[in-house]
Design a protein around this ligand. Sequence first.
Ligand code: PEP
Ligand code: MG
Length: 555
Amino acid sequence: MIKIKGKSVCGGIAFGKIFVYSREQSTIKRCHIPSSEDEIARFEHAREQARAELEELYKKAVGEVGEANAMIFRIHQMMLDDMDYLESIKNIITDQMLNSETAVGLTCDTFVQMFESMDDSYMRERSADVKDVSERLVRILEGKSRSAIVSDEPVILAADDLAPSEIVQLDKNKILAFVTAGGSSTSHTAILARMMNVPVIIGMKDAFNPELHGKEAVIDGFTGTLYIEPTDTVAAVMQAKLRETEKQRRELEKLKGHPSITKDGKRIEISANIGNALDIETVIRNDAEGIGLFRSEFLYIENRGYPTEDTQFAAYKEILSCMSGKRVIIRTLDIGADKQINGKYPQANEPNPALGLRAIRFCLSRPDLFKTQLRALYRASVFGKLGIMFPMITSEWEIVKIKELIEEVKTELTKEGIAYSASVELGCMIETPAAALISDILAKHLDFFSIGTNDLTQYALAADRQNPEVAQYFNAHHKSILRLIHIAVQNAHKNGAWIGICGELGADLSLTETFLALGIDELSVTPSAVLPIRRKVLETDTSVVSDGLLNEIWN
Ligand code: PEP
Ligand code: MG
């Protein structure tokens, strides 16, 4: 037996044969061309064909994994129109009189290098998309046909890495699990693979070994382990784990459609956090009661610049429409500190970015950009039940200023004859100690609060959420955090606002009883945590835990 460890992206157990996927390697032939005009025409022809192929893939993906997840192929199509990308290719053709394949290859290398050198992990992962689009163009230019992964029986697919387009081309009935040598858990590839709801392990350096092809294996997606030719004992343990997983899954499935009500009759809304329209499929599959946090920054990151009002409108409209009337809370742009959007945003080189011009502070310093987002949000508001939330609030004047800008936006829209909903809810994140402590004042202006425990912990405990050196100080269970949460809950309720938690702590099952006893109305968590939290809510009787708990927090 061989045991290989990697990083789990999606849990589950699967038994089957390994299929080592290797794609045809092509080395680009570099040659000089007689006419740059003819060569550009040849490139344009390939670009059109690539666009058509991506359209086909998009349609196939919509049917298989839903519109939101198919979006990656729209993004690839947009990349085919990226001005910087095209300009670089065409300049190489005209200035150096080189063939299109070489021009695409060189441009791809430059862009990949640029993305890979970025601090932001999301941007680093975009290099895979550049490679995917460029390889498609080169293949078309070389006149080669599309490759597909073929196997007669369901297999555990092992690859160095898989491009999103390769995943979509797979026959889903033939895939038991994925194991890849490279990859990262937030890449589009991982997202698409996760949507297929099969075990997925990445970063298994040794898995991509042609000698493993055809060997019997079992994958444990929970621990990120692949056993090749497992011993009888390991196989028996895995069979038992598989039966238990199935049982757990069936039990949780029964909770779908079930309202989340505590034993003492308190209704809790369990919503999902998303960072990307691609996540909506899992939100729906896990029966989330709404979206409690849509981190709108992704739109800005994907557009590699400020998205236009129309681009934003289309994205917000899609999310609201997909959620069919369930509440969708969209957080306005939250950049700065841990969420840098490299190269595009004119932020000063701040000595202490976590305490700098970030999130709402940046937006209030650029009302033009902020109003573009607000206009897009209000235009989209007629397509569902929208809540707008503001990040990093510390003072009442910020809310007053935001509301003035909102009034300006509404007046403009009315003048232009553009409809918007009159019942958009407004709320803010409670992610600074200041916001928690003046939540009585803030609540008078707002409909809801959502507690961002990631930043609240960072700011209350003066411990950088990014810095592993101070991990032991970043203790979200600290009494100070629970006290701040309690203060915010009481102030919200006294002033007629509802309050939820959207930070990572919201999914911590060891604190669910505490949160409910404190009076939290909503928990917004990663989609796969929705049903386990619902189970916990159904088991909880807040009247039993309340008194002792408050004593513990305050004494
Ligand atoms: C938080 O700070 O808890 C939060 C939900 O926001 P983010 O993690 O996006 O900063
Ligand atoms: Mg935050």
